[in-house]
Design a binder for this molecule. Structure first.
Ligand SMILES: *[C@@H]1O[C@H](CO)[C@@H](O)[C@H](O)[C@H]1NC(C)=O
Ligand SMILES: *[C@@H]1O[C@H](CO)[C@@H](O)[C@H](O)[C@H]1NC(C)=O
Ligand SMILES: *[C@@H]1O[C@H](CO)[C@@H](O)[C@H](O)[C@H]1NC(C)=O
Ligand SMILES: *[C@@H]1O[C@H](CO)[C@@H](O)[C@H](O)[C@H]1NC(C)=O
Ligand SMILES: *[C@@H]1O[C@H](CO)[C@@H](O)[C@H](O)[C@H]1NC(C)=O
Ligand SMILES: *[C@@H]1O[C@H](CO)[C@@H](O)[C@H](O)[C@H]1NC(C)=O
Length: 815
């Protein structure tokens, strides 16, 4: 149902009733011509004609937005074809990649690059190009050292440096960024050390259960699985005094030196000296400036709090596999050896340790200050200013390079802008909706630029933004991965069918994606979509070509994520960059230029239902009889939602009726609460189906008059203006649908995260979980939380239905 195929092929082609009957709330919608129309109540018809005259006058004077549907006359499929053709014949991604990766561009640095990028935005026709600063508390590295001591004598002193390679200019010369962790604590600690696998919550629990003392020790953990900041968080909570995080070669799959592949720069395997830098902020707790949790860091008089709610107190350092090997080897034969904790370093048995008499000294000096970071914005003005498609990509990297992360996304974005400019200048194209571009700074530290932007402009963004589309490491391999709000699944599928997959030209991106992925994934975190989707309820997506199992090893956050690596191993010829520009741009065109917002309300509701059933099945049966004795003490009908609902609806008053729809939600057993929520979600699905059918009809009606009558036929003008107005109303409903999934009270213990259906996994930091509040209540064995979240999810389903049924509540002649 939501897999709508192209702009105006929705719905039936048959000639349709001219207008719909007024629906009373709760009544089944009429599928046929309504009795009101058939009996021709003259009074109503007169009112209808008065409105039509009003519509035409409005159309002539252009004072309501629906009339611009006429102005955007070019066919979307033609425009898309021109866009593809331009990119088939021209590919400058390599040029942009080289430019972005010339010099280090750590958060807040390299103003030259900022101005260069802003000048490109201007050169390629964006208007309102602007650089905005935020004032952020963050660290730059000053000094570090790591020593292995035996009986207090230094027996090994790793360099903590990556090899300089002759072939790869990014790895040598001035401006190299030392190996360090963003938001890591300064410190000088000497302690015995243990090996703690990936450093997950379960890993530290396992150590505890086996009586292995972590307190006072340095924890050595391998990269992989969860976000590195959470490794440090769990180590700190277990009492560790410092952390080393290393790249484990066995996590590289088949492409390893052990399997006979040469290491970079001679082959595709990992260079043994490569080091993964990165942030150790507690991303799943809250992103953004750690001293301003939840409010913007702009100006001199910002209130700031102690940052340690979201950054560690203990020092940590990243290290290569070549340099951790001698240290891990000392643990051989000491302490427990857990099954499944092994890796592939030669001569290492992966015992946990510790070894009496052996210690590590970590010295880490970080310079913390409030510093300026720089976002860049620009736009292509559309006919509609209050319907915005926002595209974002960050600019900052941990290193000089960053050809993959994030500047493959930056190069692709410039290609998209350049190709859209061609449509503007050569074909006089102007999009229906406004397309806005953002180059974020400080993503690497804690999604800084996007989060502070979202926190500063939240009202305007919630009011205007239809969708946020994110590119980060757009090309790091050859395997397409898609993550999105399910509202976007249909449009992503459709666009993926239009673009060829470079890995096999007899396949489209769609064929390729579903050849390995079961479905489009959920958004967790780890990039700039987080504030939009999970804090503001703005429909979002993220797309990347990630490394597949046979691809060259991507040296994430290492000096080897360079232009040389990209052009010789990652994407020779920059064909995947070019493909991404086509795909991403076609999504932008669909969302910005299609008269009907291409969101799938039905798929979205069904996903909600599937997630609910799956999660509710985890509630232990022995809780079913538990009765909720008092209602949750949070206001569900929050001011923020009330404000939005009023923008949307003239009938906000009836929201109260929805809340108490059906049986009143008083004290009830948990079993009953589950059933009530399921019923609400089922009603949401039906309302979504009715909405989508109505919308398809509006579009088909419009199209009928557009195709069968001359542009100057007054009757057709009246009818088209009427249907255009309805389409606009439905577009507006879809724009706000994701907002209705926010619970403004936030998740338990991490209130910044407010999306009730999707959130980043609190113990992972990258991956997503569905229905986080309910799930965490079950995991924490908190009956109170489970009751509360059943009630919230029930309310969320009603609220989404309230928005979708908006049309059914209002008089047909106003629609
Ligand atoms: C892109 O790079 C190529 C190869 O270095 C160069 O010949 C060409 O002039 C560059 N084009 C632009 C527009 O910068
Ligand atoms: C360290 O000292 C202990 C006793 O204090 C001794 O048994 C051990 O051999 C020494 N180790 C080294 C490597 O010197
Ligand atoms: C770290 O502390 C040790 C003693 O605990 C001291 O000898 C050493 O000089 C310190 N290192 C630095 C770089 O300050
Ligand atoms: C241009 O690119 C599009 C999208 O990948 C593809 O469908 C089309 O066949 C290409 N056209 C030519 C002439 O190569
Ligand atoms: C390319 O895709 C086609 C169609 O899916 C498939 O039959 C063929 O085996 C693929 N070729 C390669 C080299 O993977
Ligand atoms: C979820 O479970 C309810 C009750 O069993 C059922 O009616 C509904 O169809 C299920 N939802 C989905 C999407 O399967």
């Amino acid at each position: 149902m939501s897999h709508q195929n192209s702009e105006f092929v929705l719905g039936s082609k048959e000639k349709l009733p001219l207008f719909h009957s007024q629906q009373r709330k709760g009544a089944a919608p009429a599928r046929k011509q309504s009795p009101i129309v058939r009996t021709s109540k003259w009074g109503l018809l007169i009112i209808y004609y008065v409105f039509s005259v009003y519509n035409v006058i409005s159309f002539i004077y252009g004072n309501y937005s629906a009339s611009v549907l006429y102005e955007s006359t070019s066919s979307l499929s033609e425009i898309t074809q021109v866009y593809f053709n331009f990119l088939n014949s021209s590919n400058l991604a390599s040029n942009w990649s080289r430019e972005f990766t010339k010099a280090s561009h750590l958060a807040g640095t390299n103003l030259e690059l900022v101005h260069w990028q802003a000048s490109k935005y201007e050169e390629f026709g964006l208007s309102h190009v602007e650089i905005e600063d935020f004032d952020i508390y963050l660290n730059y590295p000053v000094d570090n050292s790591l020593k292995l001591l035996s009986n207090s004598t230094v027996i090994y002193h790793p360099t903590l440096k990556e090899d300089e390679l002759e072939q790869d200019p990014t790895t040598t010369g001035p401006g190299l960024v030392p190996a360090f962790h963003g938001y890591s604590a300064s410190g000088n600690v000497t302690a015995e050390y243990i090996y703690a696998n990936y450093g997950t919550r379960e890993d530290f629990q396992k150590l505890k259960d086996n009586g292995i003392e972590v307190s006072g020790k340095i924890a050595i953990v391998r990269y992989g699985g969860l976000f590195r900041g959470l490794k440090v968080k769990f180590a700190q909570e277990a009492g560790a005094v410092g952390v080393l995080i290393y790249s484990e070669p066995s996590d590289d799959g088949d492409i390893t030196v052990d399997n006979g592949y040469a290491a970079y720069p001679d082959g595709p395997a990992r260079n043994p000296s490569s080091i993964q830098r990165g942030s150790v902020q507690f991303l799943s707790q809250i992103p953004g400036d750690p001293t301003t949790p939840g409010w913007p860091s702009k100006g001199d008089d910002v209130d700031r709090v102690d940052p340690h709610g979201s950054i560690p107190k203990i020092p940590s350092l990243p290290i290569s596999y070549a340099e951790i090997q001698p240290i891990l080897k000392t643990l051989n034969g000491h302490g427990t050896k857990f099954e499944g904790w092994e890796g592939g370093l030669p001569g290492v048995t992966y015992n946990v340790g510790p070894v009496p008499g052996y210690e590590i000294n970590i010295y880490n000096e970080q310079d913390y200050k409030v510093r300026k970071i720089h976002n860049i914005y620009g736009e292509i003005e559309g006919f509609l200013k209050d319907q915005v498609i926002l595209l974002g990509n960050h600019r900052d990297a941990w290193i000089k390079g960053g050809a993959g992360d994030p500047n493959s996304g930056s190069a692709v974005t410039l290609e998209v802008i350049r190709a859209l400019n061609e449509l503007k200048t050569k074909y006089g194209w102007k999009p229906l909706r406004t397309i806005r571009f953002a180059s974020w700074d400080g993503e690497e530290y804690a999604l800084l630029g996007s989060t502070e932007f979202g926190e500063l402009y939240h009202k305007q963004l919630q009011k205007d933004v239809v969708a946020y589309l994110n590119l980060d490491d757009a090309v790091a391999g050859t395997q397409l991965n898609l993550e999105a709000s399910p509202l976007l699944n249909g449009v992503l599928d459709m666009c993926a069918k239009q673009v060829q997959y470079p890995g096999n030209t007899s396949m489209t991106l769609y064929d390729h994606f579903y050849s390995w992925a079961p479905k489009i994934g959920m958004l967790g975190s780890g990039s700039d979509f987080t504030v939009f989707m999970e804090h503001l309820g703005i429909t979002s997506m993220n797309v990347v070509f990630e490394p597949g199992p046979k691809d060259p090893i991507y040296h994430y956050h290492s000096n080897y994520d360079s232009y040389y690596w990209m052009s010789t191993f990652g994407d020779p010829g920059f064909v995947y960059h070019n493909t991404m520009a086509k795909f991403f741009g076609s999504v932008v065109l669909q969302l910005a230029d299609n008269k009907a917002v291409q969101f799938g309300a039905v798929e979205n509701a069904i996903e909600f239902s599937l997630h609910f059933n799956e999660t509710a099945a985890k509630i232990p049966a022995e809780w079913y009889d538990n009765v909720l004795t008092s209602m949750p003490d949070e206001s569900f009908d929050s001011e923020e939602f009330a404000e939005l609902a009023e923008i949307l609806s003239d009938n906000f008053k009836s929201w109260k009726e929805y809340q108490t729809d059906g049986e009143s939600y008083g004290p009830s057993s948990m079993e009953k609460a589950i059933t009530l929520a399921q019923e609400s979600i089922a009603k949401l699905i039906s309302a979504s189906i009715r909405f989508q059918e109505r919308f398809a009809k509006e579009v088909a009606d419009y199209k009928y008059y557009d195709e069968h009558y001359s542009r100057f036929n007054p009757w057709a003008i009246i009818m088209k203006s009427q249907f255009a107005r309805r389409i606009e109303r439905s577009n507006k409903i879809l724009k706000y649908l994701e907002r209705s999934f926010l619970h403004y009270g936030g998740l338990h213990n991490r209130k910044w995260f407010r999306h009730a259906v999707y959130a980043v996994d609190r113990d992972n930091g990258y991956s997503a979980v569905a229905l986080p509040g309910l799930l965490e209540g079950i995991q924490d064995e908190s009956i109170g939380q489970v009751h509360k979240w059943l009630w919230i999810l029930n309310g969320i389903a009603k609220r989404a239905r309230f928005i979708l049924e908006d049309d059914e509540r209002i008089a047909w002649f106003v629609r």
